[in-house]
Design a protein around this ligand. Structure first.
Ligand SMILES: [Zn+2]
Length: 234
């Protein structure tokens, strides 16, 4: 309790967050990411600006990382969210995981299987390249399509790095595009630099997007076509 109020006092949500359109309905929201910090980098401003969302955030990797796991718990407090972690392989060689391993981990970590909204990675990832991001984006859509996970809507992070030409930037014509007011971006940036402890010149701190973009789906068939389309294209 002490820690929670301390976190809230140290990181007050700026009033200007109200400039992002507030969703007035209480919504149960699952945020499904690969690593502790992905929730903040790709969706932190949006989460902070929605007081009626009840977010449950799962990070599929790094549960036994003694550095990152406690930082994730602190970030959850600042984001006003609950959540938990899993321990999928996250070695630097990024070996492919079996689809079922990723899906089983998602189903095991979520406290229930029906949400109003699910936020997760793009099937193309957010930059070139982290395989876990892509695998998780696909697994979530497949679970939704197979009725193993129910949600009214799915929003996939929409960023690109021009095939490594620059830091990841939000895709301008994405269905949801939230420009973060400066104080809200400052707060998000502090979660990355203070809560997670990334140096100012780190990739994470330099990346921290100033707007957040999402591809939006309200129908699992449509989301699944995105995967099919990618498979035919490659
Ligand atoms: Zn990540």
């Amino acid at each position: 309790m002490f820690e929670k109020s301390f976190a809230a006092a140290k990181f007050p949500v700026p009033k200007s967050a109200a400039r992002i359109k507030t969703d007035k309905k209480t919504k149960s929201v699952a945020v499904i990411v690969a690593h502790p910090d992905d929730e903040t980098l790709w969706a932190g401003g949006t989460i902070l600006s929605q007081p009626y969302w009840q977010c449950f955030i799962i990070s599929l990797c790094r549960k036994s990382d003694p550095d990152r796991a406690p930082k994730f718990a602190k970030a959850l407090k600042v984001l006003g969210a609950a959540g938990t972690m899993g321990d999928l392989d996250d070695g630097p060689e990024q070996k492919s995981l079996a689809e079922n391993e990723v899906k089983d981990m998602i189903l095991r970590l979520l406290p229930r299987l029906h949400f109003d909204l699910v936020l997760t990675h793009s099937i193309n990832g957010e930059y070139t390249r982290h395989r876990r991001h892509e695998e998780i984006g696909k697994a979530v859509i497949q679970l939704w399509h197979a009725d193993q996970l129910c949600t009214n809507e799915l929003w996939a992070f929409a960023y690109q790095d021009g095939h490594k030409a620059h830091y990841p930037v939000p895709i301008k014509n994405a269905a949801v595009y939230n420009q973060l007011p400066q104080p809200l971006w400052d707060l998000k940036h502090r979660i990355i630099t203070e809560t997670y402890g990334f140096e100012q010149n780190s990739w994470e701190a330099q990346t921290t997007p100033r707007a957040e973009a999402f591809r939006q789906f309200s129908n699992p068939d449509e989301a699944h076509q995105w995967i099919d389309h990618q498979n035919t294209a490659s």
